[in-house]
Design a protein around this ligand. Structure first.
Ligand SMILES: Nc1c(/N=C/[C@H](O)[C@H](O)[C@H](O)COP(=O)(O)O)[nH]c(=O)[nH]c1=O
Ligand SMILES: Nc1c(N[C@@H]2O[C@H](COP(=O)(O)O)[C@@H](O)[C@H]2O)[nH]c(=O)[nH]c1=O
Ligand SMILES: [Zn+2]
Length: 362
């Protein structure tokens, strides 16, 4: 085993905690002494021990003169837990191998400085790309204070999200839909427009056999048309926030709030996506899963607010001029304004295809 293989193990540990650590990053750590793994760990939940703490605790006496691998620069600040750098120094660790620096202004490079001042050998950049990709949400949130936006569409081969009569259950198969629920588990919040609430009456909870976290449900509803008896109001398995505008009738707002719905009012008659993301960032939402419908998708598209696009395509043909596609609304009138994307992954899931793409130039 070498540095890369130990860091790969640390990344795998971090990867398995997806959906658990928000607003903290996922971090994995491995302690190695004379070619033997003597400790390993991952950060499991914000406010609890960091990955290094678990790994060093497991190593015990063997941590002395050992090498520690961490997927993120060890913290050097007193957040909810004491600094990992102090623990590394106290336990006589001889060498620290780090995948990537921590962009958190509280840490950013000071962890490494502290270790080097204590005459500990520090190496940075082993599997750096993989580590940054794993924590793209944390890195985005720390530098923008707005949620990382993943927009998901599910269409037939001819790009339809429903038939011309509004039927949509189901276009994609069980395997793809299970994959979507895993994505819901991984996100702090899920957002749909009032059109989807009126058309599908969705519950927007995470249904996975092995259990999973329910994201906060966010409904864009400019004039407050959310039915009081809709699933997202009645179902209490997750919080529901309805984002509305100055157009919203006060009486309807009172009725929804009485039913436990949080009403978030923007101070305009329209909901600008950029403002919405600032508001959600301030409320601690670090990742947002936009599940449509087509009008909401178009507003995110035109606001250039999509950080990652996940498209599921079913081998079905629906046809019909009236059948809605995944992006409606205004769109771009000139082809040169079309949003260029880089395709990062194409894979088959059950009978369907899943395409992950990101806007060119980030
Ligand atoms: N119609 C399809 C989808 N439709 C997604 C809709 O936007 C809405 O989120 C669903 O109705 C979700 O409802 P609930 O939360 O499960 O109660 N999404 C998919 O991935 N495949 C499809 O075939
Ligand atoms: N999860 C994690 C780190 N997370 C870093 O520490 C910050 C959270 O600190 P706290 O509030 O004390 O948990 C977080 O924003 C990020 O900068 N650092 C590490 O050394 N190892 C870990 O496993
Ligand atoms: Zn730490």
């Amino acid at each position: 085993m070498n540095d890369v293989s130990y860091m790969h193990l640390a990344l795998q540990l971090a990867e398995r905690t997806k959906g658990q650590t928000s607003p903290n990053p996922m971090v994995g750590s491995v302690v190695v002494k004379n070619g033997e793994i003597v400790g390993m760990g991952a950060h499991l939940k914000a406010g609890t021990e960091h990955a290094e703490v678990h790994a060093i605790k497991m190593a015990g006496e063997k941590a002395k003169e050992a090498t520690i691998y961490v997927t993120l620069e060890p913290c050097s600040h007193h957040g909810k837990t004491p600094p990992c750098t102090d623990l590394i120094i106290k336990n006589g660790i001889k060498r620290v191998v780090i995948a990537t620096l921590d962009p958190n202004p509280l840490v950013a490079g000071s962890g490494i400085e502290k270790l080097r001042e204590a005459n500990i050998e520090v190496e940075v950049g082993v599997l750096e790309q993989e580590a940054r990709e794993l924590n793209k949400v944390f890195f985005h949130f720390i530098s923008n204070c707005t949620p990382f936006v993943t927009l998901k569409t599910a269409t037939s081969l001819d790009g339809k999200i429903a038939t011309s009569t509004g039927q949509s259950k189901w276009i994609t198969g069980d395997a793809a839909r299970t994959d979507v629920h895993q994505l819901r588990h991984e996100h702090d919040a899920i957002l749909v427009g009032i059109g989807t609430v009126l058309a599908d009456n969705p519950t927007l909870t995470t249904r996975i056999e092995t259990g999973g976290k329910n994201p906060i449900r966010i409904i864009l509803d400019r004039t407050l048309r959310t039915p009081l008896d809709s699933n997202i109001v009645i179902n209490k398995e997750a919080e529901t926030w309805v984002v509305t505008s100055v157009q919203a009738p006060k009486t309807k707002q009172d009725e929804l709030e009485k039913l436990g719905v949080k009403v978030v009012k923007v101070a305009h008659d329209k909901i600008k996506i950029k403002d919405l993301l600032q508001i959600l960032g301030k409320k601690g939402i670090t990742s947002l899963f936009v599940e449509g419908g087509s009008a909401v998708n178009d507003s995110f598209l035109r606001a250039h607010a999509i950080n990652e696009l996940i498209t599921y395509i079913a081998p079905k043909l629906i046809g019909g001029k009236e059948a809605p596609t995944s992006f409606s609304g205004i769109g771009f009138s000139k082809i040169e304004n079309a949003l260029p994307l880089t395709i990062k992954e194409v894979k088959q899931i059950g009978d369907d295809i899943k395409i992950v793409s990101v806007p060119k130039g980030g």
